[in-house]
Design a protein around this ligand. Structure first.
Ligand code: ZN
Length: 461
């Protein structure tokens, strides 16, 4: 919370619980993160759409399982002005029920398939647990949800795997480490056949779910009448998937790379990648200011997000100001630098200092930004992997999670009763089975039967 304020990301003082205000710097960060995921979706044939916020009650309540999963969390619009509405309107908690009746109008034949669309919208959920900026919200401001429809079950399965691949590439670009698991049946998205989820770790050792992908099978298609004519002239229900993520990704980004000074942003999404700070000495201001300006302009013309800090403050204050905001690279220009035709570069991630000759400026700055991205990613994965432990009995699971936090890998017989008992007896949650897990060995800690699989367990947000 301190970083949200000190780095000008968000103001948490809005007078409605679970709602927060994005500040300009935070919003720019959000938009860079969004453009990365949008780019990956567009490259894989997804098209952006924008659906209304309101969903009529009768349509919303058609899919029984889905509504059971969400009914305690829905905000309802009951009045228009002074009139009570005949049909209450839900503020979308997610958009399956707003989109699919429209899909039913669009899909006629096999030629209309697959449908692959996405939108980035706000959604509302009446959270009863303690709310937390970016993590547990009543208005999720940045919900990226993709929805697809296919002719066959296999195509829908393949689509879930494509979603996983897209999300992996996305988190790799951000340098946010993750595990990917198939959620257990009792933790599957309401109305889905199965759910796959990405979890990362917060610094306190708890996991944070940062993305999900669901195979919806034909559940929604049957309820909303999504049918297509096959090549042979038969009418069949489509198979569907949906996958989403939210501003939790930005929380994860901040928690993963930040340090005691504040934010530390990967250049790929940093609102300002390079800050130029002139360090004037009495009587030598003019040449220093001039070079600082030229350096800034030169980087701007090659597309670097660069900012010249020419405020009337001491350089030390400026350094600290931009370090708190996580700017990846600082270029200092002092009288010595001017004399030697160089600038002094300081990395935010390692605090390393180096001189860069002016004629090598572009190449060296681009190289440094690339290196910072890579270093942040490697550093994050290294400490993440150190937080994945093995445990084969209830006591060890408990002790490991209490002492070290993180994630434990546990052999499991795949029986639901043993799964829920594991959760009860350890006070931790089962994330699920690793999507590309190693083959099982050992016995289930509850029933002592041979394990069929490993599950990952953790304390979760
Ligand atoms: Zn068992």
């Amino acid at each position: 919370n301190g970083v949200l304020r000190s780095a000008d990301i968000m103001d948490t003082r809005y007078p409605v619980k679970g709602l927060y205000v994005w500040l300009p710097y935070g919003l720019r960060l959000r938009n860079h993160v969004l453009s990365l995921i949008k780019q990956l979706l567009e490259q894989t044939g997804h098209q952006e759409v924008l659906f209304p916020l309101l969903i009529p009650e009768d349509i919303f309540k058609k899919e029984a399982e889905h509504i059971r999963g969400f009914e305690g969390q829905v905000y309802w619009v009951t009045h228009g002005g002074l009139d009570e509405l005949d049909v209450k309107l839900a503020l979308r908690p997610t958009s399956e029920t707003s989109m699919y009746p429209m899909f039913a109008l669009w899909i006629r034949s096999h030629a209309d398939l697959p449908v692959k669309v996405y939108q980035v919208v706000n959604i509302f959920r009446y959270e009863t647990k303690m709310t937390k900026p970016m993590i547990r919200l009543r208005e999720v401001t940045t919900f990226k949800e993709a929805h697809t429809a296919h002719a066959t079950w296999d195509e829908a399965e393949a689509q879930v795997l494509e979603a996983v691949k897209i999300y992996k590439r996305f988190f790799d670009k951000l340098g946010v480490p993750y595990v990917v698991t198939k959620r257990p049946p009792w933790d599957t998205f309401a109305g889905a056949k199965y759910s796959v989820a990405f979890d990362t770790l917060a610094p306190d050792g708890k996991t944070l779910q940062i993305g999900t992908a669901h195979n919806l099978g034909q559940n929604f298609a049957k309820v909303y009448g999504l049918k297509f004519e096959t090549l042979k002239g038969k009418h069949q229900h489509v198979y569907q998937t949906s996958y989403g993520m939210s501003e939790r990704v930005i929380a994860a980004l901040m928690m993963t790379h930040g340090d005691d000074t504040g934010l530390c942003l990967p250049p790929i999404v940093a609102p300002i990648q390079v800050v130029v700070v002139p360090i004037p000495f009495k009587g030598r201001e003019a040449p220093v200011d001039h070079v600082a300006k030229v350096v800034t302009d030169e980087l701007a013309t090659v597309g670097v997000r660069v900012h010249l800090d020419d405020r009337d403050l001491r350089p030390g204050e400026k350094f600290y100001y931009w370090e708190r905001r996580g700017v990846p690279l600082r270029l200092e220009v002092g009288p010595e630098d001017v004399k030697k035709d160089q600038v002094t570069a300081v990395r935010r991630d390692t605090a390393e200092k180096q001189a860069i000759l002016r004629r090598e400026l572009r190449v060296k700055v681009e190289q440094l930004l690339y290196d910072i991205n890579a270093n942040l990613r490697e550093r994050a994965w290294k400490s993440f992997k150190e937080m994945i432990h093995e445990a084969a009995d209830v006591e060890t699971i408990k002790r490991t999670l209490e002492k070290k936090g993180g994630i434990v890998r546990v052999p499991w017989c795949e029986q639901e009763a043993c799964g829920t008992s594991l959760e009860e007896r350890t006070g931790a949650d089962i994330l699920g089975q690793e999507l590309e897990g190693k083959p099982a060995s050992g016995i289930c800690p509850i029933c002592s039967k041979k394990a069929k699989n490993y599950v990952l367990m953790a304390k979760t947000y």
